[in-house]
Design a protein around this ligand. Structure first.
Ligand code: HEC
Ligand SMILES: [Cu+2]
Length: 460
């Protein structure tokens, strides 16, 4: 144990701890031309060192020189010495005055941000930093332009944290429900450490970030590119970055390890139970820009074309189609380029389907593109077909994607005659067809089908 303690101390001395990555025993090289605090720090350090040496040295000397020795009587010490007392009063007052002036001057410079600062926002939370840039980009590291004053306006989402950038001589508490701010000017491009200095829970010691100082032109390029990473990187890379940047990785692992939150391993594409008992497939579905096509109450906005015994009923927010054969309901408007999404389920396997761009009257429907499930030749497979189209259907993928007796989400994207369809996030078909603008419809041919959440995003 004592050996480990000594090792630890040596480690800190050598700069072995993350805290001392760029520092060691001494303050790290300053990254700014005029670190206001350094002068004050050095002055205090020098004066303290001299005084310490003086006091300790004289103590040591006097202990030896004036030690009690046999045959020597104790001399009387003087009660008063005006000159000595004047010196030991005014010299320390002068020293303290100089320290005060230097410190106060540095403090005022640190407190008062110059006009025209480049403003960034900082949000701290257990246990990650988020730096928010003027264009809305959020990053887990701080990037700043060199040679310009930068001001950070900071707040915390949970407990008190402390922002510390040793190389920039900046340290400030980050407090929930309040804004604090610091400013600095980094003159030397490079990479510096940023730490949390307020004990904030389990992972406090890993609440680290870097400060990257770029030349202005590089900075602008970095910011533009960083803000665009969702568009420029492949989705897997971009997602990984987003997960890191938003601090999700602090609580969620991707390899199954239990953390503060559940691991993300294996949940993609799988249904997840909600608090109200319903379940939702965890996928990349984003309903922004979608309009409902079905109001959940009646078939307003739809037309029906019944087969002999077809019924279309609306019950509990669902459209239930049953009977046989060849019953359709279709939109009363036509669409050309769009993304269509809807949830559906089979109660029993059967012959039923979705028609996209149906050509009315129904006779010419082979011109249409179809997603269907047929008892005979497809089993429970929903295929995209259509006599004149060239569609590639991945039947194995469909078989894997579709669940009987449970809700499925189908997404059909139609753009300039090209069609892609996905079921439960799995791509099942692609192709080109002779598509013209037209309504689309949903069809039942003999099995009970339920539809809900029918929604559309019209593309330009
Ligand atoms: C401070 C810790 C923490 C952070 C940071 C965090 N989460 Fe969570 N997350 C949790 C906890 C705890 C749960 C479980 C909540 C529950 O079951 O009620 C959870 C649940 C989830 C779930 C549901 C998982 C499931 O299997 O049902 C998702 C999805 C999720 N978080 C995504 C994210 C994303 C994305 C981020 C980053 C933007 C994030 N979380 C950041 C703690 C965190
Ligand atoms: Cu912290």
């Amino acid at each position: 144990m004592p050996m480990r303690l000594i090792d630890g101390i040596i480690d800190v001395w050598r700069g072995g701890l993350p805290l001392a990555r760029t520092g060691g025993f001494w303050l790290p090289e300053p990254a700014s031309a005029d670190p206001a605090a350094d002068m004050a720090f050095r002055l205090v350090l020098i004066i303290s060192t001299i005084l310490f040496a003086l006091v300790a040295g004289l103590t040591f000397l006097f202990v030896i020189r004036y030690r009690r020795r046999p045959g020597r009587a104790v001399e009387k010490s003087p009660a008063h010495n005006t000159l000595l007392e004047t010196i030991w009063t005014f010299v320390p007052v002068a020293i303290v005055g100089v320290i005060f002036y230097t410190g106060f001057d540095a403090y005022m410079r640190m407190q008062t941000a110059p006009p025209g600062c480049y403003d960034l926002r900082v949000s701290a939370r257990q246990w990650a930093w988020q730096f928010i840039y003027p264009n809305g980009h959020v990053d887990e590291n701080l990037h700043v332009p060199a040679g310009e004053p930068v001001r950070l306006t900071m707040t915390s989402e949970d407990v008190i944290h402390g922002l510390w950038i040793p190389a920039l001589r900046v340290k400030m508490d980050v407090v929930p429900g309040r804004y604090t701010s610091v400013w600095f000017q980094a003159d030397k491009p490079g990479v510096y450490d940023l730490l949390c200095t307020e004990y904030c829970g389990d992972e406090h010691s890993s609440m680290l970030a870097t400060v990257e100082v770029h030349e202005r032109a590089d900075y602008d390029a970095w910011l533009k590119n960083a803000a665009n990473f969702l568009k420029t990187l492949p989705p897997v890379e971009a997602g990984k970055r987003l997960f890191q940047r938003r601090g999700c990785a602090q609580c969620h692992s991707i390899d199954g390890t239990a953390g503060i939150g559940p691991s993300m391993k294996g949940i993609y594409g799988e249904p997840q139970k909600m608090a109200d008992g319903s379940s939702v497939v965890a996928d990349d579905r984003d309903d922004a820009g979608f309009k409902p096509l079905f109001n959940g109450k009646n078939l307003d906005g739809w037309k029906t074309q019944g087969g002999k015994d077809n019924t279309f009923t609306v019950k509990g927010g669902e459209i239930v189609v049953s009977g046989k054969p060849n019953g359709y309901f279709y939109t009363d408007k036509s669409y050309k380029n769009y993304v269509l999404r809807f949830d559906w389920k089979f109660i029993k396997d059967g012959n039923s389907g979705l028609l996209v761009h149906i050509q009315l009257p129904h006779k010419v429907w082979p011109k249409s593109v179809e997603v269907q499930g047929q008892q005979k030749d497809h089993g429970r497979i929903f295929a995209i077909g259509g006599a004149k189209g060239k569609f590639t259907v991945d039947k194995a993928a469909q078989k894997k994607a579709i669940k009987v007796g449970d809700w499925n989400t189908t997404e059909v994207t139609s753009k300039n005659g090209e069609l892609t369809s996905k079921i439960n996030g799995i791509q099942v078909s692609t192709g080109k067809g002779e598509l013209t603008e037209g309504p689309f419809g949903l069809q039942s041919e003999g099995t009970e089908l339920h539809f809900k959440n029918i929604r559309i995003k019209v593309l330009d």
